[in-house]
Design a protein. Structure first.
Lengths: 298, 273
């Protein structure tokens, strides 16, 4: 077995609206479309992922919030009906996924070596959160690649942004070592929106794009500032402004997914490709790719 | 039709630790309190249990469960080791729908939720297991809107009170909430469970003392300070909702049990109205 490697990382936002807009068979509600800029962005990523033939997609989701440590899905096969508790009218999705439990075991061990509290989720009746499902569906709707779901530990909220980010960096390093040790060719997904202030009322037609605008211009400006740094490969600068971004734009990246992913990739100073940006119920969302197969990390 | 009445009201904790068989002192105390509440509720034979749960989080306003028979199997996201929660609930759809309508007319954003497979939350299911284990009493379930402040929570409660009165039903009302909210964030020996901060315990006791003296209005006034100091479950807004339903009574709330659960505060409080 050769040493594993990370092929790419994606910022992979998870509003269920994207699945709803696409109308896949697995999702019960029907729409007339909407949010195409993000959905088409994901379509470009799907093609690349298929071509790479990765062994596994790892996803860090803010909607699997855990209090005691960082948890890894550790059940070989999970399936069920996911009804979004927030948006049940647009997301009622039948999921079925194979979990890379061997990788989960090694991630768990490596996380512990970093001094993190880690747990393996072994309850076969566990309901996978919609953040995990939406990001994975949008990246690979065929579900023919094993996955590994990782929880978002609540440390940024219980302690401080700094402590939370530190934990995510350790988790990222642990994940990278686990991938290397297990010989996996892996794709990472940080299931995060950017700015996260949102409207609390929906239009009558949920997918009415005439009503879909950013919550405020400050959020938009912050999103663009962050995306510009990503596009230019200024990852160090990006990391230095993330805490302010989290505070000023209520950015969902506070939950740790982006930091985890960048840490796992060794904070690559390579230009990221922004496949698309659009708002969902007022939040800022971007599909962004760091392709390590062509960058300095190869 | 006679006006509906509220027979009893409770503050109940909703963490799944209490449904385990683990012989932890504080958990045992809380279980006894829960059983005491359950026995009383069964004696009262209400037409409906009205439950507001801090663990049913909503962001698009306030949600109301209007599926007549939610059923399924629930596993807690955090505490999955405490087992599965099969459920098969009977919902009082008329009361719930009316409460949502009144809340909406009072200017609150509301949504009714009527979907197969909707994830009923741990708090509701823990409560059910203790106070309505045979599922003999229909329920009305209301979400906790994370953006609601005290005023909106009071208004939401008032809407439910009006709906109960109009329904002619005899109701028991439950605010399913924890007290101080600082969990231990590492594995602990449950036998060593305690408050994660002594100051949180002090704050909880201060609040519970006021409740025991019938000083509900004072608790509402103190809630913001309590929220900042002890990080109570969802800002303790479940209490504001309960006060909205009960009309901020001067009747004392009887403390049936109090103790820590994984570092947080939990209490069983009864209002005999």
């Amino acid at each position: 077995m050769g040493e594993g490697k990370i092929l790419a990382g994606f910022l992979a936002p998870h509003p269920p609206h994207l699945v709803y807009g696409e109308n896949p068979e697995r999702n019960e509600p029907r729409s007339t479309g909407g949010w195409e800029m993000l959905r088409w962005a994901y379509e470009s990523c799907r093609e690349k992922i298929k071509a790479w033939k990765p062994d596994v997609i790892l996803v860090h989701s803010p909607h699997w919030m855990t209090i005691v440590g960082h948890h890894f899905l550790r059940v070989p096969h999970l399936q069920g009906l996911s009804v979004d508790p927030i948006f049940p009218h647009i997301f009622r999705y039948r999921y079925e996924m194979n979990v890379d439990v061997d990788l989960a075991d090694v991630c768990y061990e490596e996380a512990q070596k970093e001094g993190l509290v880690a747990k393996k989720m072994t309850n076969p009746n566990f309901r996978v959160d919609y953040g995990t499902i939406v990001s994975l569906h949008m990246l690979n709707p065929d579900w023919d690649i094993p996955i590994l779901g990782i929880s978002a530990n609540n440390s940024p909220y219980f302690y401080s942004t700094e402590i939370g980010q530190e934990q995510m960096m350790k988790l990222g390093r642990a994940t990278a070592r686990a991938i290397a040790k297990t010989g996996r060719r892996a794709v990472l997904a940080a299931s995060n929106t950017l700015s996260h202030l949102h409207y609390d009322r929906e239009p009558e037609l949920v997918e009415d794009m005439n009503k879909e605008v950013i919550f405020n211009n400050n959020q938009y400006q912050w999103d663009m500032r962050v995306l510009e740094l990503m596009r230019k490969g200024k990852t160090d600068k990006l990391m230095s402004i993330l805490p302010e971004f989290m505070e000023k734009a209520a950015a969902e990246v506070k939950s740790g997914g982006l930091t985890w992913m960048l840490a796992a990739m060794g904070f690559p100073q390579i230009p990221a490709q922004v496949h698309g940006y659009w708002t969902v119920i007022g939040t800022g969302n971007a599909v962004v790719e760091w392709d390590l197969t062509t960058g300095v990390m190869q | 039709m006679p006006k509906g009445t509220i027979q009893r009201a409770y503050i109940l904790p909703g963490l799944p630790h209490l449904t385990s068989q683990m012989p932890v002192d504080s958990w045992e105390t809380l279980r006894r309190g829960f059983h005491q509440a359950g026995e009383q509720i069964q004696k009262v034979k209400p037409d409906v249990l009205v439950i507001y749960s801090t663990q049913w989080i909503s962001v698009l306003g306030h949600s109301f469960q209007t599926h007549s028979n939610p059923k399924g199997l629930h596993v807690d996201d955090n505490w999955y080791e405490f087992g599965d929660f099969p459920f098969d609930l009977r919902v009082d759809v008329d009361l719930t729908t009316r409460a949502a309508g009144i809340a909406s007319s009072l200017g609150l954003a509301t949504k009714t939720v009527n979907y197969e497979g909707f994830p009923v939350d741990t708090g509701v299911l823990v409560t059910q297991r203790f106070v309505n284990p045979q599922n003999t009493i229909p329920v009305a379930i209301v979400s906790c809107n994370i953006y609601a402040g005290q005023e909106d929570s009071l208004t939401l409660g008032r809407a439910m009170r009006q709906a109960i009165e109009e329904s002619g039903k005899r109701a028991v009302v439950i605010a399913c909430t924890g007290l101080s909210g600082r969990f231990f964030t590492e594995a602990i020996d449950p036998q060593q469970d305690r408050f994660s901060r002594a100051e949180d315990d002090t704050w909880n006791r201060r609040i519970l003392d006021l409740i025991a003296q019938g000083k509900s209005a004072e608790v509402l006034t103190l809630s913001a300070e309590y929220a900042k100091a002890a990080l109570p479950d969802m800002g303790f807004k479940a209490f504001a909702w309960l006060m909205g339903v009960l009309g901020t009574p001067t009747a004392p709330g009887k403390l049936l049990a109090y103790g820590p659960v994984w570092g947080t505060g939990a209490a069983v409080v009864e209002y005999a109205l």
